[in-house]
Design a protein around this ligand. Structure first.
Ligand SMILES: NC(=O)c1ccc[n+]([C@@H]2O[C@H](COP(=O)([O-])OP(=O)(O)OC[C@H]3O[C@@H](n4cnc5c(N)ncnc54)[C@H](OP(=O)(O)O)[C@@H]3O)[C@@H](O)[C@H]2O)c1
Length: 415
């Protein structure tokens, strides 16, 4: 069936999981049932779906009985194809994506259905791009990974500050640095399972270790090199912010996404564009010590977790799939990041942008970012044809405006 004639605008697959339920809660609260957005909840277990629908309806104080429920299992390709054929956009939180997500991407690509997810699994994104890019271009399916905290604030933050730089000074910044000022939140079992699965795959396959270590791992063929190097663990003094900085654990994903955006946008930020991320830890000896602690802590955890037996033993002590931060923790959470965009010729014309979120980054804010990405793909005019896009290259200003209007994010120029 033609995409425009499909029964639903958006189907949320994984609505019974920790993050998927938050997405369904948000869509119910913001868009209701039977309104401008035609949407449905999907999962592998019909009775669990019914229970979640009843609970979120009760919590929102809204009738949710008319919300359609669809069952589809990652192990049943026919059920995935049937789901994908009924909607314009699939929004999926079924992860680890490398374990459960490949069949869904293949079905979307084949049937020309748009798609967004929350994966941060670089090795899997690389596999999906290599396997399906040509067919997605042909079928018209827009596939957009990384529509959560990784990597929307980074990707749209860079898009935003570069847009302002071009508007004010007529040139893009050659170097953008994202610096985390503060954030508060926790991790879910599904996120931990995805990270552990990535380490399992890397242990078995050296080619995956090379992808994870490549600063241009997500770039298109022929664009896999440039001036950026991998993030280091050591503290660095940042002269623009005049404080010490330490390693930001999400940088390994976000930097690859922003670099891919630049390549897909035909070097909108410049052919020699540089991008990096770090956490601001403060001035003086205390700032240095905090930055050193971040590097040592992150390096130590990564070294321990790379050892299979230790990884398996520790994983039993961590949150399990389905578990995650409480409502109170999500509502008390936030993120606050700054982006410094260096003018190519005149330091005095450099710009400082700020991006904030009003919930914990990983779940409260992420659920809203993913939901609005799905709605944007479904209802806003398309910027691109089919292919594997990033949030900024697929949706740009349309998504930015939605996030500011509906999802509690702010994008401002500070100086
Ligand atoms: N990028 C970000 O900022 C960000 C933030 C949050 C989450 N994430 C990612 O999102 C993913 C989900 O995280 P989560 O904490 O929500 O995980 P979760 O609570 O474990 O939920 C996983 C979902 O997958 C479903 N599922 C498992 N196996 C399936 C199968 N064979 N067929 C169909 N559905 C299946 C589960 O169904 P049941 O309910 O029936 O078990 C559940 O709905 C993870 O990969 C995580 O890394 C990313």
């Amino acid at each position: 069936m033609e995409r425009s004639e499909r029964e639903y605008d958006v189907i949320v697959w994984g609505a019974t999981g920790f993050t998927g339920r938050l997405v369904a809660e948000y869509l119910l609260d913001r868009y209701g049932v039977g309104g401008e957005l035609r949407w449905a909840m999907a999962g592998r277990n019909a009775s669990k779906l019914e229970a979640v629908r009843a609970e979120i309806g009760r919590e929102a104080g809204r009738a949710a009985d008319a919300l359609a429920l669809i069952t589809a299992d990652a192990d049943d390709p026919a059920s995935l194809e049937a789901l994908v054929a009924r909607t314009r956009v699939v929004c999926t939180t079924v992860g680890p994506y490398a374990k459960y997500g490949s069949g869904l991407v293949a079905a979307c690509v084949q049937l020309g259905t748009d798609y967004c997810d929350l994966t941060g699994e670089l090795q899997w994104m690389r596999r999906m791009i290599d396997a399906h890019e040509a067919e997605a271009t042909r079928s018209g399916a827009r596939i957009v990974h990384t529509c959560g905290f990784d990597s929307i604030p980074s990707d749209l933050g860079t898009w935003f500050v570069q847009r302002e730089m071009r508007a004010r000074h007529g040139v893009p910044a050659r170097h953008v640095k994202l610096r985390v000022r503060g954030s508060k939140g926790g991790a879910s079992g599904g996120t931990i399972a995805s990270m552990l699965n990535m380490l399992d795959e890397a242990e078995r396959d050296p080619s995956i270790r090379r992808v994870l270590a490549d600063p241009y791992a997500l770039n298109p063929e022929g664009r896999r090199s440039g001036p950026d190097r991998n993030e280091g663990l050591a503290p660095e003094k940042d002269d623009d912010f005049d404080v010490w900085t330490g390693m930001f654990v999400m940088a390994g994903i976000n930097t690859r996404v922003v670099r891919r955006s630049n390549a897909l946008l035909d070097d909108l930020y410049g052919a020699d564009f540089r991008y990096d991320e770090a956490i601001l830890t403060g001035a003086g000896p205390l700032g240095f010590l905090k930055a050193a602690g971040l590097g040592l802590g992150t390096g130590g955890v990564m070294a321990l977790m790379s050892l299979g037996p230790i990884r398996r033993a520790l994983s039993r002590l961590l949150p399990q799939p389905g578990e995650g931060p409480s409502k109170a923790q999500r509502e008390a959470g936030y993120f606050d990041i700054e982006l410094h965009a260096e003018h190519p010729g005149d330091h005095g014309k450099s710009l400082r942008a700020r991006v904030t979120g009003d919930r914990d980054p990983g779940y409260g804010s992420t659920a809203k970012m993913l939901s609005e990405s799905a709605v944007c793909l479904a209802l806003d005019p398309a910027r691109t044809g089919g292919g594997f896009w990033t949030p900024a290259s697929a949706m740009g200003d349309a998504l930015l405006d939605r996030l500011v209007a509906n999802a509690g994010l702010t994008f401002t120029i500070e100086s």
